[in-house]
Design a protein around this ligand. Sequence first.
Ligand SMILES: Cc1cc2nc3c(=O)[nH]c(=O)nc-3n(C[C@H](O)[C@H](O)[C@H](O)COP(=O)(O)O)c2cc1C
Length: 338
Amino acid sequence: MFTKYTLANFELENRSVRSATATGTCDIATGIPEQKFYDLYESLAKGHPGLIIQEHAFVSFRGHAGHKQLGIHSDDMIQYHKKANDLMRAANSKVKICCQLAHAGPNGGAADKIDVNTATPADFEEAVQQFKEAALRAKKAGYDCVQIHSAHTYLLSQSISNYYNKRTDEYKSSDFKLLRDVLAAVRTVDIPVGVKLQCDDFFEGFEMNAKSACVILNALKFDFVEISGGDVAGKAGYGTIRQGKDKYYYKHVVAEMKAQNLLNKQPVIVTGGFENAEDANMALNDGVPLVGFSRKFLRNDKFLIGEDTKKCGRCNQCIIGLVQGKCAMCPVAGRECK
Ligand SMILES: Cc1cc2nc3c(=O)[nH]c(=O)nc-3n(C[C@H](O)[C@H](O)[C@H](O)COP(=O)(O)O)c2cc1C
């Protein structure tokens, strides 16, 4: 866990990744960070995760997920992202930082939100352009890399899943054209590009699973791939932000990627159900290069460098608080902010 790793064109201090975690600390109308956003990220950087994937940043108001979400939808936002990056690097000169680019699609709150089944090609082309412009802003703000959000039933996630996407045209799920086009557009910006990929719908009888994720990864070349799933809190419950004691819950996806020799070609981050370095070793021993943690960092953002006494019970009070419009800290740990 505590060995270095070269990802794309930069070196990580260790194998830990802070998986993207919405903190609910931005203005809901503008997407501009509040002071607690800066405080949280400065503190997090001091805990020495190798890579901080910040939190889903909406690429346009049409793709706004709601909550108190971070925006990267206009050039005005560059200054706020740069300020946060500068603070994190001043707190920890070794930390690497990734901007997660997101379009909520049908899961958003906008009046003109995009539905994956009724969208026109022009709607999709507009979204592609917005991802590209957002990536350019991320580069100008000084991020080390960007991550395309293609999980959790957002626009790209639904587009690759035949549970949601019933189209029969060129945007049908099996062709993953929208994800392909977004990757190509973001690739025109000179910055490493990763993806958070839905690798399991959690519904029986559908095709978005470990095997179909590998089909995508054999066709599209990212600089890194984070394994994730579909529903956050829909029909499949908290499938991807799973409650309870289940550890390493994408082990089956790792097994398939390993069988197809895909774990290191586009370095894989596996996230979901890891509590500490000992847990992470289960995945590292399977050959996965990087391990992601989300809720654990909300519980204790210094667990990598200090005494690790605060266990995350995966009660999901953090995400429940976020949905209720609060800051997504851990109330159990007394880290709640209003
Ligand atoms: C409060 C909260 C906010 C989250 N926000 C995001 C997000 O902005 N983008 C994202 O890709 N995943 C998000 N996730 C999902 C996590 O990144 C992660 O995939 C999931 O929680 C499983 O990891 P864990 O068991 O370490 O918590 C969020 C999770 C929580 C609990």
